[in-house]
Design a protein around this ligand. Sequence first.
Ligand code: S6P
Length: 630
Amino acid sequence: MAGSAWTSALCKWESPDYEPSLPVSEKSNPLTCDIDRASAESIVKMLHRCDVQMFQEESEGTYQRLLSDQVVKTLAEVAKRAELILKDPQDSLVVLSGCGTSGRLAFLIAARFNRALRQLKQNPVYSYIIAGGDRALLSSQEAPEDDPKLGMLSLKKVCEGKKRVLFVGISCGLSAPFVAGQLDFCLQHPEVYTPVLIGFNPAHQARDEAMPGCTFTFHSVVQRMQEHANAFLINPAVGPEAISGSSRMKGGSATKILLEVVLSAAQAAAFSRTPVTCNGIVQHIGAHKRTVDVTYSECEGIAALVEAAGRSLQGGGCVCYLGWGSLAVLSLMDASECNPTFGADYEDVRGFISGGYAELNINEGSLTSLGPDFCIAHEDFLHLLLPRLTDKDTVLLIYTHCDDVGDVLKLARRVREKMVNLHAFYHQADGDTSAALQQVSIHQSLFLYIYVSIYRSVYVFFLLQDDINKLCLSTLNITWPAAAMPFCRQNRTLSSVSVPQQWELSTKLVLNAVSTGAHILKGKIYQNHMIDVQVTNSKLYRRATRLLQRLSGRPGPQCEEALLKAIYQVEELTGDIPSCDITTHTHKARSRTKVVPAALVCLLTGCSLVEAESHLKQRPIIREAVEELL
Ligand code: S6P
């Protein structure tokens, strides 16, 4: 796309007449309207442009953005509330909560900041809640998202006996009833709870749909928060997702950025006498912007991974992520999101973590008893999966130079005995030796000893890495220039938090690109819409109906009827089906596949459901099956 055309596509979504009935988080992104026909490299370039929209400045009359004054001010205020809790943690808690990706990020951030507190010899104060419990960290559990009472009860349980709670509810679309129930509860108990809401739609676009057993809607809760002096709304617009509604992408990245900015500032203020300032917050957001740019500067390497993963999925193979440390957690998250997003089978994209559940350290402990899809250790990969892998599958090693690279090499050798399609993705800090030495202020001879040791370990790393490179078909190495991380260099106390932050965000972007790109290449996307979306909660049900309307041009009620027929697998809607509530429909849809494509074929051709299903069987590539009819 030429320069000016690109600039206008960049801002087009902000125009009031662009898809006016949809909130920003559900709009389609003009930058990606033909991503379904793009090459792997073009897909990555489009994703980069979409991600850049997160940091776009606010212009007059448009939505507030990540760097808008009001957003930065609110972030600083919330950081100060968190600081108070960190300084006086007795009977206090900071709770991060959300559904799906938002809940997974709540876990990731709470775990990391608790770890940082333990390193400072402080007690942990962060807790996480994810709708559906810990199994939702590793698998798709979309239904509990619709339950406001469940949200409220799980918050009450976590906060039992606490006198002061900073509650951060995350709902990218300002839409999850689970989170609305929690916010409502906080507003009713202001003596204990300070509610904060993170999302990426303007307040007036919050979902205004009745929820089971409630007198409030998400929208009315947001309105009450706006009127409340002790409630905070952080809701910059980050632009529509590259794949419409896929809030795991930008929504997830922006959530991670906001939480890290707030909690890092609070931690620095509480323990290293660095007061929270708006300027500090702006700088920290800027560091994340550089992370995005540094990551996508490796466009070719990312595209090679997208292509490999795409080939595997196209050929009926699978993609396995083998990760270390928190990067492995991101790989587990990315893999778990493929089922609801692309209607993928849980075996299509899988993640494994070195150290398994001991490393993951979740509230409910090991979940292996839930079945093979919850076996997540590298040993599980070796026993359960590796014997079945062939060259049509893809294995990706994900680590940093700080991890046990000897262990990476060992695993790489095991994989190569079985198949060739092995790839590596690792992070390394440029000038890392001097960064490490900055932390050292001790006697000169000891300094020399440490200096030699560090150089030796760097040398060993290069030797091991060289061996890994020889075993891999491609290696994506992101080397972080010192200038990309001024925040961590200027502020020693934060460096242990900030460097992993950069690596994690970068890993999230790359893995999102790999799994999204691979499914695009597999033909799961039409234009920039997921056609084969699972209809497992009310948000997805509404999205599916809208998509049918958009693609078939038929009125809403007719599309809903076609969707219900596909869900219940009937040619006529009889009995009480039409009068059942959405919860019943989405519950039924859990055991069904390809309902949206089948409904679309029926709408476009007027054929029966049986004929539509047979049409789809003959043309397994959904995009081609749909295009043929449009
Ligand atoms: C989206 C992801 C979903 C969402 C979940 C919560 O790509 O698959 O699981 O994270 O629906 O959405 P929200 O808008 O409440 O953060």
